[in-house]
Design a binder for this molecule. Structure first.
Ligand code: TXA
Ligand code: MG
Length: 318
């Protein structure tokens, strides 16, 4: 049985003996281990069934730790860190030799993020090492935004989930790397492209590289429910084309059409994008439990967090 508890000291004790703990963050729950323990890091990959070519994000609690992990902190990276940390931004920086290759999948860069969650910041402050933490889901499945989601995935295989409540942002961090000192977004996420641009000006976007930076095009399917899922613009037409199917709808906001389906889930009654992002994965987990034939998601407006949510829905339906 996996312990679900708010006990930060217990979590620290488990991490200190090279075991794993699922930790809360404001984006999604992470599966954490000591970055300097090969034993712990290998357990992360094993438990997630994640291929070793997919690098992990290192979680820190103070700006000073950046130079322990990275050899260089470019001006624009510093501006972004000042604007958004603690928060849902991951910076990809040139790594120090001391950062194990297992964390970075052999790349000469390391992903670093300071999460915005009191419980996890307190845990990190109490540890003599940073932790690596990918999202706490089996590879390609929906990310967990509650302690219960994590328990459902790994019950009995994981010692503890540190319970920090529901994740308030609900989708993963925005990942920004640097090419010739210029920022490039590698993954759309909880901080909108517009918010990044407001701090550092125009940025490149290479969002298709997520998952396999060294193997683009591979394994694009991700964030996926077990139920076959579609992303569509015209829901009426899709329903008409799929008679006799048990359909669950994932709608962006209240819709006054009377859709004849088994289940309707609204991401936000008022069409609020922040609320929609925070509910996205919970809604997908809910629909996935209902033994439907199909899940049909409605595309969101393509700006702000709508763009990030559409990205996740596209990957879930590949
Ligand atoms: O919000 C988040 O970022 C969550 C929470 C737990 O912090 N973590 C998360 O981790 O989403 P994960 O492992 O599911 O996704 C991390 C992504 C991967 O797609 C990986 O390819 C990319 O970050 N990444 C990590 N290090 C990298 C590096 N050095 N270069 C390029 N991409 C990197
Ligand atoms: Mg993930």
């Amino acid at each position: 049985m996996t312990l679900v508890s708010k006990d930060i000291l217990k979590a620290a004790e488990i991490l200190s003996r090279e075991e794993l703990v699922a930790i809360p963050t404001e984006t999604v729950y992470g599966l954490a281990g000591n970055i300097y323990s090969d034993t712990a890091i290998k357990k992360i990959f094993e438990l997630k069934k994640r291929p070793f070519f997919n690098p992990l994000i290192v979680h820190i609690h103070s700006m000073a730790q950046v130079m322990e992990l990275a050899v260089d902190f470019p001006e624009k990276a510093q501006q972004l860190a000042k604007a958004f940390w603690p928060g849902s931004l991951t910076l990809i920086l040139k790594k120090q030799k001391t950062v194990p290759d297992l964390i970075t999948a052999g790349n000469d860069t390391v992903g670093i993020r300071m999460p915005q969650h009191e419980v996890t910041l307190e845990l990190l402050k109490s540890l003599p090492f940073p932790v690596a933490a990918p999202s706490a889901n089996p590879f390609t499945y929906i990310s967990p935004t509650t302690a219960q989601h994590v328990k459902n995935y790994f019950d009995g295989e994981l010692e503890m989930v540190l319970d920090g409540g529901d994740c308030k942002n609900g989708i993963e961090s925005t990942i920004v790397g640097f090419e010739n000192e210029q920022p490039v977004v590698y993954r759309l996420g909880s901080i909108s492209l517009e918010d990044i641009t407001a701090v550092v000006g125009n940025v490149g976007v290479k969002n298709d590289k997520e998952i396999a930076p060294n193997a683009p095009g591979m394994l694009e399917k991700h964030y996926a429910p077990r139920t076959k899922t579609y992303l569509v613009e015209n829901i009426d037409r899709f329903i008409a084309q799929h008679p006799d199917q048990k359909i669950g709808l994932l709608l962006h906001s209240i819709d006054h059409n009377n859709f004849e389906v088994s289940e309707i889930n609204y991401l936000s009654k008022t069409g609020n994008l922040k609320e929609a992002a925070s509910k996205l994965y919970s809604a997908m987990h809910e629909l996935d439990k209902l033994n439907l034939d199909l899940i049909v998601a409605q595309r969101l407006p393509d700006f702000g967090l709508g763009k990030s949510i559409n990205d996740r829905l596209e990957r879930a339906t590949k």
